[in-house]
Design a protein around this ligand. Structure first.
Ligand SMILES: C[C@H](O)[C@H](O)[C@@H](O)[C@@H](O)C(=O)O
Ligand SMILES: [Mg+2]
Length: 407
């Protein structure tokens, strides 16, 4: 038997086992994309639930939106192959990965991602279920899928069933939908700047900004508002009707607290026919998204694959959504969502977060952390650009990685 036949036989019997799990934290943009220097559009007086406190109204960093930083998970197989992923989580997520989750991976085959996910979730259920813990589980799961792809020599989207279209189309999130239109994006999602604490004057300013963008973008370009959990049902309903009637808003996103399933169900009933209600980026697991869909909370679910449980969980969420005819447009998470969206009929387009400070140009969403990160050209990325093993990116090792809890 030749050496290659031995390798092939070994792999047919199972891929090399996992030998190391490492968790690092890093600051400055990347997966924790709110962690930006001053003057960035993403921290310019954006409405949040904390805006009821005037001292926290001008900047989301003032109340700690960027307090965590990025979690980098590395999983090394016994043959030296390394898979990695980045998500939001920082040092506390490093603790969860190295001190709790790693025990379910060491010595295991990366093909066991279902059992590994099940053990990570139910072993942390008593203190997890959503938020930071599921971010950490997501980071491990994404690194597992990256490792699998590198060991098999396949892009993740091939392992998910292959592309159902030749290219990804993107809408752009940022302060300049007018420039996004010129760059070829199919729509522009604005951050909402004023919430209930700023009264009718704030509501008028929200509408004035949207009307200005509508005048600049023309009648057919999609315009959306991202409300980042900042509103109450009454304000959201009034904003929805005015933005629809006066400016042709396409969707109102994450208007209410993620816990207020009842409020979303009411908003969806009270919103003007034709205006879409969307949410989900701060929701987690198949159970959380089942609640959103079974309670008819929204028209589009927007899970973040780095926060909802990873690829292994997003498969379950996406299939339930598909069975109910619900569109799923994942929250912007760079290559981690691109490899998923390209394989799903109920994900016809994707989000691109404009991380340039203006934003006046397209820069990689998770810059500077991922080498080889594809960016939309004319608002599109061709499926063939994803044709590299795993998620097709490498970790930029020139950035200062800190490993706070080495095993
Ligand atoms: C632009 C929004 O305020 C958030 O910063 C953004 O991260 C998120 O809500 C999104 O949908 O991109
Ligand atoms: Mg959003």
């Amino acid at each position: 038997m030749t050496k290659q036949q031995q390798i092939d036989l070994g792999r047919a019997r199972g891929l090399p086992k996992i030998r190391h799990v490492r968790a690092f934290t890093v600051r400055g943009g990347g997966a924790d994309y709110h962690d930006q220097p001053g003057g960035h559009w993403i921290d310019d007086h954006i409405a949040t639930p904390m805006a009821r406190y005037p001292e926290y109204r001008a900047s989301r960093q003032s109340f700690g939106i960027n307090v965590l930083g990025t979690l980098v998970v590395e999983i090394e197989a016994e043959d030296g192959t390394v898979g990695f992923a980045v998500t939001t989580g920082g040092e506390p997520a490093c603790f969860i990965v190295e001190r709790h989750l790693a025990r379910f991976l060491i010595g295991r085959s990366p093909t066991e991602y279902e059992k590994i996910w099940d053990q990570m979730y139910f072993a942390t259920q008593y203190y997890g279920r959503k938020g930071l813990v599921v971010n950490a589980i997501s980071g491990v799961d994404l690194a597992l899928w990256d490792l699998l792809g590198k060991l098999r020599g396949e892009p993740v989207y091939h392992m998910l069933g292959g592309a159902v279209r030749d290219e990804l189309q993107f809408y752009a999130t940022g302060a300049r939908p007018d420039l996004a239109k010129e760059m070829g994006f199919i729509g522009g999602k604005l951050p909402l700047h004023h919430g209930p604490a700023e009264g009718l004057e704030g509501l008028d300013r929200n509408i004035a900004l949207l009307a200005d963008m509508r005048a600049k973008c023309g009648d057919d370009f999609w315009l959306m508002y991202d409300c980042w959990m900042s509103l109450d049902l009454d304000y959201a309903t009034r904003l929805a009707h005015r933005a629809w009637d006066e400016c042709g808003l396409k969707w109102i996103e994450e208007a209410l607290s993620p816990d207020d399933y009842w409020g979303y169900a009411a908003l969806k009933k009270q919103a003007p026919k034709g205006l879409l209600v969307t949410t989900g980026e701060h929701e987690a697991t198949r159970w959380g998204f089942r609640m959103l869909m079974d309670m008819d909370c929204c028209d589009i679910i927007q899970p973040d694959v780095g926060w909802c449980g990873g690829v292994t969980e997003l498969i379950k969420i996406a299939n339930y959504a598909d069975s109910k005819g619900v569109m799923m447009v994942p929250h912007g998470s760079s290559v981690y969502s691109y490899h998923f969206v390209i394989t799903r009929h109920n994900s016809p387009f994707a989000e691109f977060l404009m991380m340039h400070p203006g934003p006046t140009e397209v820069v990689p969403m998770f810059a500077p952390q991922l080498l080889g990160e594809p960016v939309p050209v004319n608002g599109r990325i061709r499926a063939s650009e994803l044709d590299r093993p795993g998620f097709g990116v490498e970790l930029n090792r020139d950035i200062p990685l800190h490993r706070p809890y080495p095993n």
